[in-house]
Design a protein around this ligand. Sequence first.
Ligand SMILES: [Mg+2]
Length: 382
Amino acid sequence: MATIESVSVCIARVPLANPVTFSTRQVKAREYCLVKVRSTDGQEGLGYCYAVNSAGRLLSVAVTDLFGARLVGQESLRVEGLWSELYQEALLLGRAGGVMRVLSAIDIALWDLNARTANLPLYQYLGAKTLGRVPAYASGGYYQPGKTPDKLAQEMEQHVREGFRAVKMKVGLESAAGERKRIAAVREAIGDDVRLMLDANNAWRDLPTALEYMRVLEPYNPFWIEEPFSPDDIANHARLARATRVTVATGEIEAGRWRFKDLIEQGATTLLQTDATVCGGITEFRRIAAMADSHGLTVAPHAWHDVHVHLVAATPNATYVEWMPDDHIVNFRRVIDRQLVADNGDLLLPKLPGLGFRFDDAALEEFGVVYPGAEGRWQTVR
Ligand SMILES: [Mg+2]
């Protein structure tokens, strides 16, 4: 039995050397909300979520002022009970978005704490379906100044040379004709035998525009088209799913099992990209995955390979980890002390207890934000 002694939060702000562009936004720095849940027997569970560009403080306050005091003195093994109580505590402020991300980070930290206390890697503590390795796809293909279709194709081909059998690129920023040049170069470079995923990052406003793009992209046999519309526009997802022969994938910024139920029942998607750091943590991820399985659907979790490697290894209908090969774009790597190993298109499952990494204190000296009036980078509720 492990009793929770304290809950701590630190916002890490990690700049990008070169700003990167999506179809709908530009990113210059990334903030991460890092959470530690400490037990009276000295173990520490870690959780985290992405806090976007500049407003990490908003998430930090959800730990210090909303959730922290509810957790201190509680038994960490009572994960389901604590989840319900935190969800209820935040009912008027949470349910989706920043507060749900914080609930997710705390829930991950509880699972991590319990796995470390049991001295088991997290995927084993969750009940693994496999113990050695899990499939991954290499994710990239962002827009950057000077990145011609040829350079994009070289980037994708490099992943294939490293052994990946599935790769992902961004679409939707350029005109349909411009996107045709990009995908044509990539398909030519990677060959017909590699799965090619497309990520539109909510690029399109209406069905005619989405179809204009899909008509030129379809001949290159993409495996899925990801987030074609705003996540709120379930109706257009469903219309597009009926109108194209490409699988519509979505869910990376969706939270709560109820909204995923809507997505499934309204025919908006047949491939969920549920993110445990967004949807309500590992507890909610497992509920959503089980519901998807009952509809015959699979889950390919969004990003954050350091946590999702465990969930893909422990979820029967999870297919791929999204692998971010370097820290040029997604730089969470910089704040942890150990990196996963990719091998011939798979990720090797970590052998250390819990998540298998710790936050890197030296990196947090550099990236941890000290807010005015705060005692330090970490703020602790005890
Ligand atoms: Mg995406």
